[in-house]
Design a protein around this ligand. Structure first.
Ligand SMILES: Nc1nc2c(c(=O)[nH]1)N[C@H]1C(S)=C(S)[C@@H](COP(=O)(O)OP(=O)(O)OC[C@H]3O[C@@H](n4cnc5c(=O)[nH]c(N)nc54)[C@H](O)[C@@H]3O)O[C@H]1N2
Ligand SMILES: Nc1nc2c(c(=O)[nH]1)N[C@H]1C(S)=C(S)[C@@H](COP(=O)(O)OP(=O)(O)OC[C@H]3O[C@@H](n4cnc5c(=O)[nH]c(N)nc54)[C@H](O)[C@@H]3O)O[C@H]1N2
Ligand code: SF4
Ligand SMILES: [Mo]
Length: 716
């Protein structure tokens, strides 16, 4: 006998509603939940693969401990917590709070354990919080810190006349809404609907992506050329009066500095450098600058490329001068629910440059924190530094930083030198293999979760609570219990605060103090975490397909008085970075091609890479290359190639792909292995070998270059 249970998929930011068919505590079928008012039945192959993942394909069914000889043995959850807590106590007593650190991975964000871990770290007194945010898009945080921010944010595909989508492919990544305004699930349909009502879509991407194919205008530039492009567009807009003068006067400062800084970026120069028609640039500048509601934003592409901080800064300055924000009088389609909603008054949060304040990194005094985190680009240095305050113990939650960070010659020895590495992951990833303890966690359909972290990812106010649909296998340890158990043994009081993306523990008001004697009920914890929600927990529970309440429309009001806060359009450090961009950049010589990032529908970073359904479609991650490049590099007929950068090489299977820009190749990340010596493994090609954590890092956030890496490709 089987039963149907409603829940939502937790594999990616689309968080689609799904329906599980469960028999004997196993999932036997997964379908999209048509009654979910937000996703309306939409789901993808990864939602389907999650069935095999829960049922055991590729899954750890018990926690593990590494023995002296390097082999792993099973360990029960309580013993694991005892041993980890004792080791932590020893390290803390000997070396103080800064010896302990936390890395929050992709699958940590939506869990109860993420906010609880932040509370634990706060009790310990360590500032060492790291996450994937600083290896995928911290340029956005640096932009907030240098320019400022408008909390009522930008237009989405529901409202915009023009949307400009830069380095973002939401049709595959299902992640557009918070960045570029494109709906996360069913992005293709959302784009088609928006264009039918008249919206124009401009895409900036080196590849003819699934999203670019649906665009009115596609600017196919090289990775890393975004700053040049946006400097040129700003130049055109200012010189032709195609910008929002009233908005600039009231809400921005440093306009003259901006005007001066972009002066040399003439349409002639920019068109020549980017290989675009001047008329095209002019068309884009005019379309965007004269539209009533136009917004421009970036995904991860330009945030991972050459000059990522400058690129995002220029893109956001372009958006700001054109008034690319919802303004007084505009309605906010989704003001948020579980996180309590946003204030309905237009405001600017001015540049705050938090990284200039204490605390600083121990390996580099020029690096401080943004949004309460240190950049992951320096994590290896923070471990190997000779400072007495170096990191000696690291907890990794739902991530695989050894692979994700790249530069294995630096990353792997750093992780190997830790006194304590604990990884919470259902698979024996590279990071798990280097760990002293691997915690086999309960998987999503076995957990209590709610969509608080996804609050801003929905188009309309929406929230969902998911109680467990399955009982976890006996050997696993739900990750929040790990954190609670450690805190209890170390004598700390945990405090649960809302899971709000990017909010540091101390920036949030007081939370709920957990019972540290008797293990709390996780459902009760979710209820307490949602205390500031605009809908009651009972209402949430009464809507198993998710709750989309009718709420009073939020219309943005003018602020009553001028608080003096302005968006800084061209700070001095940005002007210096932009001036340097005038110097011509051109890959060439030994490494004439640019390696770009690319995501596959079947995988979520390293997750599902080894799943049967994925391998059927992708035996390995191929190197995508334009047919003209294949010919130009004498690779016609080659099956295997060697991809080499100044930092390392990998072999890869070659795949012809006319959607690539000639001169640009792409290889998906998190395949292969950072640990195996051979440059190629049956698991695929590890792109991290081609990147460097030693040179070319951005200032302020130490962001490495994962896109626009100079490479050569030759026959194997
Ligand atoms: N199916 C699937 N979905 C995912 C993931 C996955 O692995 N698979 N990963 C998830 C994660 S962790 C994230 S962060 C999001 C990312 O979501 P997205 O940012 O949408 O990621 P991509 O699909 O890689 O799209 C980035 C685009 O940037 C382009 N690009 C590369 N370099 C540059 C550049 O310098 N300038 C410009 N303008 N464009 C550039 C690439 O060609 C690519 O099309 O996706 C999430 N969703
Ligand atoms: N060269 C190169 N490097 C890159 C990128 C690139 O484009 N090129 N992209 C970057 C990006 S965007 C990111 S976000 C990072 C990825 O960085 P990570 O987040 O470190 O990598 P993932 O592979 O997503 O790791 C997620 C882990 O969570 C585990 N997991 C799955 N479900 C659960 C669960 O329910 N609970 C727990 N506890 N664990 C679970 C999975 O098994 C997986 O090992 O890599 C970055 N690195
Ligand atoms: S798009 Fe796919 S992976 Fe993402 S939430 Fe929906 S079903 Fe899950
Ligand atoms: Mo990411």
């Amino acid at each position: 006998m089987s039963v149907k249970k409603k829940t939502y998929c937790r594999n990616c930011g689309a968080v689609c509603g799904i329906e599980l068919e469960v028999a004997a505590n196993r999932v036997i079928a997964v379908t999209g939940d048509r009654e979910n008012p937000e996703s309306q039945g939409y789901f993808c192959v990864k939602g389907l693969t999650s069935m095999d993942f829960h049922n055991g394909e590729d899954r750890l069914l018990a926690c593990r401990k590494r023995e002296a000889d390097g082999s792993f043995v099973d360990i029960d959850g309580e013993s694991l917590i005892d041993e980890v807590a004792a080791k932590l106590r020893e390290i803390l007593d000997a070396h103080g709070p800064r010896s302990v650190a936390f890395f929050n991975g992709t699958h940590g964000y939506g869990t109860l354990s993420m906010p609880l871990t932040k509370s634990l770290l706060h009790s310990i007194g360590t500032p060492n919080v790291f996450s994937t945010m600083t290896i995928d898009q911290s340029a956005k945080w640096i932009n907030h810190g240098r320019m400022g921010l408008v909390p009522t944010w930008k237009y989405s595909d529901l409202e915009a006349d023009v949307l400009m989508v830069v380095g973002n492919n939401p049709i595959v990544s299902h992640m557009g809404k918070p960045w570029t305004g494109i709906r996360n699930n069913a992005a293709g349909r959302a784009i088609r609907e928006a264009r039918k009502r008249g919206m124009k879509l401009i895409v900036v991407d080196p590849r003819i992506t699934e999203t670019a194919r649906n665009a009115d205008i596609h600017l196919q530039i090289n990775p890393g050329d975004d700053a040049m492009l946006f400097a040129g567009l700003i130049h055109l807009c200012i010189n032709n009066g195609w910008y929002d003068k009233a908005f600039c006067e009231r809400y921005t400062c440093q306009f003259e500095e901006l005007e001066r800084a972009v002066e040399p970026f003439t349409p002639e120069l920019v068109a020549k450098r980017l290989g675009l028609e001047q008329a095209r640039l002019r068309e884009v500048a005019r379309l965007f600058g004269t539209a009533k509601k136009a917004s421009c934003g970036s995904g991860t592409g330009s945030n991972m490329s050459r000059n990522s901080n400058l690129s995002v800064q220029m893109l956001e300055a372009f958006n700001a001068i054109c008034g690319g924000f919802r303004k007084p009088g505009d309605e906010v389609p989704n003001p948020g629910l579980l996180s309590g909603g946003i204030p309905p008054v237009f405001s600017v949060i001015p540049a705050n440059r938090t990284w200039e304040a204490e605390p600083k990194a121990v390996s580099d005094a020029s690096i401080g924190q943004t949004y309460g985190e240190f950049p992951t680009g320096i994590l290896a240095d923070e471990i190997t530094s000779n400072s007495p305050d170096r990191i000696r113990a690291l907890l990794v939650l739902g991530g695989n930083p050894v692979m994700a960070m790249g530069d294995p010659d630096k990353t792997v020895p750093a992780f190997e030198s830790l006194d304590l590495l604990v990884t919470v992951d259902p698979r024996m990833t590279d990071t798990a293999r280097l760990s002293h303890y691997v915690v086999a966690p309960a998987l999503p359909y076995e957990r209590h979760d709610c969509t608080m972290i996804n609050d801003a990812s929905y188009h309309r106010p929406f929230a969902q609570y998911a109680p467990p649909a399955l009982t976890p296998p006996p050997g696993v340890l739900p990750d929040w219990e790990l954190i609670w158990g450690i805190a209890k043994r170390l004598g700390y009081q945990l405090e649960l605060k809302p899971a709000i993306f990017g909010a540091s523990f101390s920036s949030l008001p007081d939370g709920y103090k957990l019972d540290m004697e008797n293990k709390p009920e996780p459902e009760h914890l979710i209820e307490e975490m949602c205390r500031q929600s605009l809908v009651s927990f009972d209402e949430l529970k009464a809507h198993p397909s998710g709750y989309a309440p009718e709420i009073e429309p939020v219309v943005i009001r003018e602020p009553e008085e001028d608080d003096g806060a302005r968006l800084s359009l061209m700070p001095e450090d940005v002007a210096a970075e932009l001036a340097a961009e005038l110097e011509e950049y051109r890959p060439g010589g030994e490494f004439p091609l640019l390696l770009s990032t690319r995501r596959l529908l079947e995988t979520m970073n390293g997750s599902f890479r080894d799943a049967g359904k994925t391998r059927k479609r992708y035996a390995v991650n191929p190197l995508f290359m334009h047919p003209d490049d294949i010919e130009a590099h004498d690779l016609e007929g080659a099956e295997k190639v060697i991809v080499e950068s100044r930092f390392g090489k990998v072999s890869a299977a070659l795949r012809k792909d006319p959607t690539m820009k000639p001169g640009v190749v792409a290889l998906t990340h998190m395949w292969g292995s950072a640990l195996d010596e051979a440059p190629n493994t049956p698991l695929g090609s590890y792109t991290g070998r081609l990147v460097s954590l030693r040179e070319g890092l951005q200032t302020i956030n130490a962001m490495p270059r994962y896109s626009g890496v100079e490479v050569s490709v030759s026959a194997a």
